[in-house]
Write a protein that binds this ligand. Sequence first.
Ligand SMILES: Nc1ncnc2c1ncn2[C@@H]1O[C@H](COP(=O)(O)OP(=O)(O)OP(=O)(O)O)[C@@H](O)[C@H]1O
Length: 339
Amino acid sequence: MTAPLPAETILSVRDLKTWFVSKRATTKAVDGVTFDLKRGKTLAVVGESGSGKSVTSLSIMGLLAKPGRIAGGEILFRDRNEQVHDLAQFEPKQFRAIRGREIAMIFQEPMTSLNPLYTVGDQIGEMISLHTELGRGEARARALEMLKHVEIPDAARRLDDYPHQMSGGMRQRVMIAMALSCNPSLLIADEPTTALDVTIQAQILDLLQRLQAQFGMSILFITHNLGVVAEVAHDVVVMYGGRVVEQAPVNSLFAHQKHPYTKGLLACTPDATRDLGTDGARRALYSIPGSVPPITNLPPGCAFEPRCSMAIEACRIAFPPLIPAGPETFSRCIRTHEL
Ligand SMILES: Nc1ncnc2c1ncn2[C@@H]1O[C@H](COP(=O)(O)OP(=O)(O)OP(=O)(O)O)[C@@H](O)[C@H]1O
C-alpha cells in the first residue's frame, strides 16, 4: 500500500489502470485514474461516452468482463468495520462477500438488476436473506420498510407486483430499495436517471439525496450530465480518454472550470433559462467540435488537443501532468492558469 487511507476517506482509487488486452490491440480504457471519495459524500465522475467512467465503476465492483483486467494501481476501500481492502487485488470470491453488503450498485436500466419472473417483494427479500441472518418473514417486513423508504405509494400492495407492472421511475425506486436493503456504506450509481424523463429524474435525484442523509452512505455517481452533477455532487472528477483531466469541489468547478474540456462540457449542458434568447426562442446548444478519439489511438500529447481552441504546439508534444489549479483543484492542462 502506498499511503494509508485518511480516516474520512471511504474509497481511494490510485493510479488505476484497467486494460482490455487482445491479440489485435490493448485498449487502455482507464489509464492512471486517481480520486478519493469522502465518507457520506457524493463524488461525481463525469465525461462523454467512452471516457472510461463505467469501466472505472466495474473495476471497483469486480465486474469487469473479459478480456478486461486491472493492469495496475490500487482501489482502497474501507468497510463498515474500518478494515481497509485493496479491491484491485481481490479474487472473485472475495467480491461476493462485499458486493451487495458493503458496496451496492444501481444502473441506468433497472431491468438489469430486476428479474421479470419474481415479484419485487420477493426480490428485495431474497437480497436481504442472502446478506443478513434475517428469516423469510423478517426479510419481507424489511423489504416493505425499504419500499416505504424509497417512497413507493401503497407499498404493502406494490410488494406483490412484478417489475413490468411498474413505471420506469417506480422500477428505479425498487432498484434503489434493493441496493440499500443491506445498508451498504458505498453506493455506485451508474447513470441511474439517464433513461427517465426530466421530472422523474429530478424526483429520483432528490430521493437519493434524502436517503444519503438518512443512511449516511457515500455515493460514486457516474454521469455524462453536468446538470445532474450540479444537483447531487460534493466533488467532481472529469474524465477524458480514460484519464482524469480535472478534479474539484462542485462549487469551484461550476464557478471556474480549470480545463478547456470541462468548459466545453458545461457549454453543452442545457439550461432552460440561459438557452432562451431575448425573443424567447431556444438557441442552439454549443457542442464541442470533433469527437472523443478512439482510446487505442490517442494523440501523444494532450488527448483533448485536437478539439481544443487553446491548444499550442507544446500540447501536441508532451503528455500533460495533473497539476494543482486552486484549492483542492487539479487540472491536466498546461495553460490552466490562463483560464
Ligand atoms: N469489453 C471491452 N473490450 C474492449 N474495450 C472495451 C470493452 N469495454 C469497454 N471498452 C472500452 O473502454 C472504453 C471506456 O468505456 P466506458 O464504458 O467506461 O465509457 P463510459 O465513459 O462509461 O461511456 P458510456 O457513457 O457510453 O457508458 C471505451 O473506449 C470502450 O471501447
